[in-house]
Design a binder for this molecule. Structure first.
Ligand SMILES: [Zn+2]
Length: 260
């Protein structure tokens, strides 16, 4: 079977910042990620049309899991997540208005990822790939050579990070993925990535080189601000638009600190 079996749903992360999209994927009854709650009026008709039997979550960020409570109450699905995000997801569902105000009964089951997820025609292997978050998972379909990478790829040359990201974990995760025989990469914010395998290699090399340069300066006694000035002097739009949630300082720290 070919890539045409993958249905791609693109949706803005935020209606007020339409430059950045999140991509959901639907294949043979399996939905990968659910999109942000703020776009529920576009997403609910989509979910009603596909009626996903299974849902796979790549990580806990709200642009990926925002619609989990709606799916849990209005669709009969099995929703899979990394064990590290189980309590967060359960809490979101228990505190949702669908339960508290509308007295809905939960229809979906929430489960930790099994070794494989089978659909009628495909087998998906969840692969723990930390770095971006402590609960990040990629999904690999070996026969088709598909790799769904959540937020592990996004860009080959990042200059900003969220607090708590770990470049060491990114490097380990990409190195382990490159052992697999994938040919097609589906990213959570870029859609299908042209030359995905090469682009992941590019990111790996960039992260290794940048981590080395940052550590060198850090060991020489440079402050984080001085390292930013030295290595990333230009303006970074994402840093401005997210009011510093994504920042160059975080990125520098994530090169020499381990996750806390
Ligand atoms: Zn994310």
């Amino acid at each position: 079977m070919s890539q045409t079996n993958v249905m791609v749903k693109e949706i803005p992360v935020n209606p007020f910042y339409r430059k950045m999209s999140v991509y959901l994927y639907y294949i043979d009854g399996l939905l990968i990620d659910t999109g942000p709650k703020i776009n529920r009026y576009s997403l609910i008709p989509f979910f009603k049309s596909i009626k996903p039997k299974q849902v796979a979550l790549t990580h806990h960020h709200t642009d990926h899991v925002g619609m989990v409570p709606w799916l849990a109450f209005y669709q009969q699905s099995t929703i899979y997540c990394h064990p590290n995000m189980m309590s967060l997801i359960t809490k979101d569902i228990n505190h949702s208005w669908y339960k508290k105000v509308f007295k809905q009964e939960q229809k979906s089951l929430i489960k930790a990822y099994p070794k494989v997820i089978n659909t009628s025609n495909f087998t998906f292997q969840p692969i723990e790939t930390l770095g971006h978050t402590y609960d990040h998972v990629c999904l690999y379909e070996q026969n088709e050579g598909w790799l769904f990478t959540g937020d592990l790829y996004v860009t080959p040359h990042p200059k900003v990070s969220l607090q708590g990201e770990s470049i060491t974990e990114y490097i380990d995760a990409i190195e382990s993925l490159l052992q697999l025989n994938f040919t097609k990469v589906f990213c959570g914010h870029q859609g299908a990535v042209n030359h995905g395998r090469e682009m992941l290699k590019e990111k790996l090399n960039y992260l290794k080189e940048t981590k080395f340069k940052v550590k060198q300066l850090h060991d020489l006694g440079y402050s984080d601000q001085e390292i930013v000035k030295e290595l990333f002097p230009g303006r970074v739009n994402l840093e401005i638009f997210t009011f510093g949630s994504f920042s160059r300082i975080n990125f520098v720290r994530s090169c020499y600190q381990e996750r806390v």
